[in-house]
Design a binder for this molecule. Structure first.
Ligand code: SF4
Length: 364
């Protein structure tokens, strides 16, 4: 476990074990995660100045060495979307995307954090799936994606979504740590209402996520209205089918006025029919929900096509008739390969190759 993955409670325990006074835990947390730590969020640890005695820092770091990310490359799209590629300490590649609502004002920024190198699930439409599973990222590696993004634009994102490369519920322990670190007022201090965890449908993990406090928002990558289609495009459905997934969503302990976001990537001729549009609200009955429709962003080599604009609008209108909030998500960052539907980073590619990297199927 690297020092940056420890929660404040665990830092307090380590400080106590070292025979140091309790206030050292706050100093340590601020050094590791606070805005004064050598840049916004402290991307220059361990060289940043600190009020923590050197001997204590060295002892703790010897026990839990840092595993920093190195910023390898940044690409900015014409719409202001930025994609960061990082090199991990063991030479793997991870991507993160920062999406502004408005290019001029940058008043609202959404950061999409990766939680794994690659992914084990193998969804048919997802470029991350082509990498296979590499390894889980630590919480420290996840929060550092945030700190680099803050350093890059000089402000905190408004929202953070765990839906980059990987399945967050397959790395729930580290994702939970990252949530608690990001929320802490001595760190980035983001409200849990601004944090979202997105899953492809790992039902056992969903039940565990429901016990996390404070509870983050939940997004589910649905993408089909029948098991037949979902089995084909999302292998997770063969383990937990639609009935099991939606039952888990129904028992998820949503807070007051909160809704589950269902992401629905539209593939021409696969899941975009009027019948699908009519079935979707029936499936989501009794779940406080909203639906994001995401017209597919083509990825070379993958056998899907984007539906026409008219088909997308017809689908939305049909769902809307059932009084279900339904929005069309405009693809962002297309020219930087940072649009929804696809991330797949490999190190050692040329700068031109970098533009071919893709963001994951979870991304919206
Ligand atoms: S869509 Fe999500 S769960 Fe499926 S392969 Fe891609 S990253 Fe993994």
């Amino acid at each position: 476990m690297d020092l940056r993955s420890l929660t404040i409670t665990e830092l307090r325990e380590r400080v106590a074990r070292a025979g140091e006074p309790p206030f050292r835990a706050e100093q340590l947390f601020r050094w590791l995660h606070g805005p004064g730590a050598g840049g916004m969020g402290g991307v220059r640890i361990p060289h940043a100045p600190s009020t923590v005695p050197r001997a204590l820092r060295d002892a703790l770091l010897a026990d839990a060495p840092l595993v920093p990310l190195a910023l390898d490359r940044t690409v900015e799209s014409v719409d202001g979307t930025r994609k960061f590629r990082f090199r991990t300490h063991d030479d793997r590649a991870v991507e993160t995307v920062l999406i502004p609502d408005d290019k001029q004002e940058r008043s609202k920024l959404t950061l999409c954090i990766s939680c794994q190198v690659g992914c084990a699930w193998g969804c048919a439409f997802c470029a991350t799936a082509t990498l296979g599973f590499g390894r889980n990222l630590t919480a420290g590696e996840m929060v550092e994606q945030l700190y680099w993004a803050m350093e890059s634009v000089g402000q905190k994102p408004t929202n953070i979504v765990f839906m980059g490369m990987g399945e967050p519920l397959h790395n729930l322990d580290q994702v939970t740590r990252a949530l608690s670190i990001i929320e802490h007022p001595w760190g980035a201090g983001l409200s849990p209402r601004r944090l979202t965890v997105s899953t492809a449908g790992v039902v056992t993990g969903l039940d565990l996520l429901g016990k996390v406090r404070p509870l983050p928002n939940l997004a589910i990558s649905l993408n089909a209205t029948t098991d037949e289609v979902r089995d084909r495009i999302m292998p997770v459905n063969r383990r937990w089918n639609l009935a099991a997934l939606l039952a888990a969503a129904r028992r998820f302990p949503l807070g007051h006025h909160r809704r589950v976001t269902f992401e629905y990537v539209l593939f021409a001729g696969v899941n975009d029919s009027d019948v699908d549009a009519a079935r979707l609200p029936r499936l989501l009955a009794n779940i406080p929900s909203k639906v994001n429709l995401i017209p597919w962003n083509p990825v070379p080599g993958l056998p899907f096509e984007r539906p026409s604009e008219a088909r997308v609008l017809a689908f939305q209108n049909r769902v809307r008739r059932a009084d279900l909030p339904v929005y069309i998500r405009t693809p962002r960052g297309d020219d930087a390969a940072a649009a929804c539907g696809q991330l797949a980073a490999r190190l050692g590619e040329t700068p031109a190759g970098f533009f071919d990297l893709r963001i994951t199927g979870h991304v919206s």
